[in-house]
Unconditional design. Structure first.
Length: 253
């Protein structure tokens, strides 16, 4: 495929990639969504009905990865499928490629998008809300969250597909290089700093009350001691949240 036809087919695959998780099954996970996404290229490569049926069957094998990172595998698979049709590559190589790339890309996507980027975007929007208060500008905060969060998401989807198609496994090396530079760790540190600033700013809104001062100092000291004893930060956080809910239900606050 050349020129406009090539870009048109890749664009269709990009749009279909948003439906990767529309159909799940416990046996082969995202295989139906994967086949649906790359179906336009298979239809163009295989005009014979039997060859097309065999191509469909090959891509109904197990597949599972992070939905935002899957477009990179789409691009590589599309290129390898073209090479296999020309006799340059093999269909077994495509299967191994899909199965070996799914896990590492899922780990990168989970740690970046779910564990780092989404909480950081929520903290940024919380800070904006504190600055805006209940003013009309605060109505824009959900939109700011959606735009901020989805910018790298759409960027990865788009460039992952075309990068995987043009550069194949070299594009995966680029992703690994970005990940190894400590981007996720730096964003996580930024989130911790922002969370601390928000917590202190909320406490200072009623800092003149002695009880609030003692409560803040007590929570800080207790959290530091629990963390020193080896209890994870997430357990400490959810523990204090549960305690606050329990106390509020009992009418103590």
């Amino acid at each position: 495929m050349k020129g406009i036809v090539q870009k048109f087919v890749l664009m269709r695959i990009f749009l279909r990639s948003f439906l990767l998780q529309a159909v799940w099954n416990f046996e082969r996970m995202q295989n139906i969504g994967f086949l649906y996404s790359i179906k336009p290229i298979l239809n163009r490569l295989y005009t014979d009905k039997e060859e097309r049926r065999q191509a469909y069957a090959r891509h109904m094998e197990f597949f599972n990865t992070h939905p935002y990172m899957a477009s990179s595998i789409f691009g590589i698979t599309v290129k390898e499928e073209e090479l296999a049709k020309e006799g340059v590559s093999s269909f077994n190589f495509i299967y191994c490629l899909k199965s070996q790339l799914g896990g590492p890309l899922a780990a990168i996507g989970d740690s970046f998008f779910w564990a780092t980027w989404k909480p950081l975007c929520a903290l940024i929007c919380s800070a904006i809300y504190l600055l805006c208060g209940e003013k009309p500008q605060g109505l824009w905060i959900p939109l700011i969250f959606l735009v901020t969060y989805n910018f790298p998401h759409l960027y990865i989807r788009w460039h992952g597909l075309f990068g995987g198609y043009l550069w194949k496994d070299r594009f995966i090396e680029m992703i690994k290089h970005v990940y190894s530079r400590g981007l996720i760790e730096n964003l996580a540190r930024l989130g911790c700093v922002l969370l601390g600033i928000l917590t202190i700013s909320l406490m200072f809104q009623s800092w003149e009350k002695p009880g609030n001062r003692l409560l803040f100092i007590g929570i800080f000291v207790l959290s530091a001691w629990l963390n020193h004893r080896g209890i994870s930060s997430s357990k400490i956080f959810y523990g204090f949240c549960s305690l606050a809910v329990l106390i509020s239900l009992l009418g103590w606050l």
